[in-house]
Write a protein that binds this ligand. Sequence first.
Ligand SMILES: *[C@@H]1O[C@H](CO)[C@@H](O)[C@H](O)[C@H]1NC(C)=O
Ligand SMILES: *[C@@H]1O[C@H](CO)[C@@H](O)[C@H](O)[C@H]1NC(C)=O
Ligand SMILES: *[C@@H]1O[C@H](CO)[C@@H](O)[C@H](O)[C@H]1NC(C)=O
Length: 219
Amino acid sequence: MLFFQLFLTLLPLLVTSSFDEDLIIERRPHHVDWEDLFMEYNRYSAPNRAKQQVNVSIEIIGIRNDKILFEINQDWRDERLRFVGVARVPVPSHIQPWYPDTYIRNGWDVVMEQKSLELNYDGTFQLKQKYQVGLDSGDNNELTLVISSFNNYGTERIHYNLVGSKIDLPSFSHISSKQVLRKSDTIHFDDIHITIHPNSINTTIMASAETTSINNSTI
Ligand SMILES: *[C@@H]1O[C@H](CO)[C@@H](O)[C@H](O)[C@H]1NC(C)=O
Ligand SMILES: *[C@@H]1O[C@H](CO)[C@@H](O)[C@H](O)[C@H]1NC(C)=O
Ligand SMILES: *[C@@H]1O[C@H](CO)[C@@H](O)[C@H](O)[C@H]1NC(C)=O
């Protein structure tokens, strides 16, 4: 009798250990129950209805004539969509969360070639897109991208913060940016102007001047 009870106590252990491998295989570590997560979710409302912060980072990939290729990341936090775990998961295409109605205000022939949307367990979304855009060049052949919200979808105001910018092209020196407030009727927009500066003629003159002085000093 005692032996039988001991056997019963040990039985689950024996079973567990022998089926361990199967259990591990069945586990889905990055699984998110989207139906549960989105229960009662209102996608017509931004996480913050007064002022929604969106972090933007941009990388210029190529420029030819007035066409520019770039990748843009937009990050925002939606506290309604926190989930347990430490995973970042791709958002399936049939899932429709709120997302910023960002566009390139001054772009001609705008083409979005690629897009991915991921959700972090803390409710942070990352939307990554690749664009091809035609731009009118400004003074000194600068190119300026105006990034804006179309209509502050789901909130009073979408506020963009440029948190990163990158360019690594031989004929362009750097990127500068500024926040520009715009009012249309009674609606406020917080645009960002991202300007790509070509290497100026002055840089060449300065470079040759430097060579001359080096030349002089070695004499
Ligand atoms: C946005 O950027 C700020 C400053 O770098 C950072 O503190 C914040 O966590 C970022 N927010 C998101 C949603 O990525
Ligand atoms: C070159 O430098 C001069 C003075 O330093 C400045 O006035 C001029 O605008 C510059 N030209 C360009 C193309 O940057
Ligand atoms: C610089 O060096 C070269 C070669 O040594 C010489 O021909 C030239 O005159 C020099 N230029 C100046 C400004 O000294």
